[in-house]
Design a binder for this molecule. Sequence first.
Ligand SMILES: *Cc1c(COP(=O)(O)O)cnc(C)c1O
Length: 382
Amino acid sequence: MNCAQTGTRKIQMVDLQTQYQRIKKEIDAGIEEVINSAAFIKGPKVAEFQAHLEQYTGAKHVINVGNGTDALQIALMGLGLQPGDEVITPTFTFIATAEVVALLGLTPVVVDVDWNTMNMDIESVRRAITPKTKAIVPVHLFGQCADMESIMALAEEHHLYVVEDACQAIGAQYTFSNGETKQAGTIGHIGCTSFFPSKNLGCYGDGGAIFTNDDALDARMRAIANHGMVVRYHHDMIGVNSRLDSIQAAVLDAKLPHLDEYIAARQKAAAYYDQAFGNNDKLLIPGRQEHSTHVFHQYTLRVVGADRDQLREGLAERGIPAMIYYPVPLHQQKAYLDPRYKDGDFPVAEKLAACVLSLPMHTELDEEQLAFITSSVLELIR
Ligand SMILES: *Cc1c(COP(=O)(O)O)cnc(C)c1O
């Protein structure tokens, strides 16, 4: 028996097919326009989407690139950091955040995260700053901003750059104590996001974007993303080839007007989960970061009074997928093992890696599915 056949739709971590069906006309028209124009690379659609995304985010400049990892790499290249410079990142994140640091010959310095919000812990950042530190890369994990007011203040005090990894948090709003509100990715010197299909604003392939309000950084990063070229076939710096293709821009331009609805749908599903699990002492619902909205790229439970892996298997038997983001912190990854770090150095991240479980989270979850998922979780941990 496959109980996941509630209604007619299978329960998935992300349901991109149903989402597509709802706006098929808009998407298909955009793609067709690109094919008819044959302007596949750097076509008008890319410029249109850039303008719309600048409008939506409030960023002065948006640079579209090939993916979120490239966005992070180009951001760090744009800052002109030198080998040996230290870049602080949380140890509990997706590998891309530290990967680009290491690839550029910079030194990743990892810090622990907060147990409740799972975002970068400020005191740990403060302790990690040395004279070699040049930048902080906060990750807005699972869809809510890190403690950006504290991070920006710390960065200012120590003359550090801040590059936000907003790959999971496009559309999240952060409110400063002076009442000013900014979007994830537009707070630091540079912000990066990803349009990977399952991200909150996902295309139908790879894509990413860089945000900045700084004209000089914009010009530099735009050139770096285009082979270091400012004037055609004149290369002023070493660059890369990283661009959003026109078909992906058309998909994104069709989806962007729906992003706020998508966020609301995720928040509604999250509220259902919160309601079901909030009073259960075997599970901890996601702690909320003060001053930030949560756009729920993931809904991640901490399983503290039951066996996480057994719960996951039990759910799988009922046809309910659940994922572990992330099972191994950066400082315990084989490629990143570093004599400066040993097991136990980042106790919160290590504890999270052992107990987190992300439930299905997307724009198309209906009440029947949510009821089946929540009752299954509660039965399995009883
Ligand atoms: C998805 C993601 C990335 C990388 O984005 P890609 O488009 O897959 O390269 C980087 N950082 C975080 C936190 C992410 O979730």
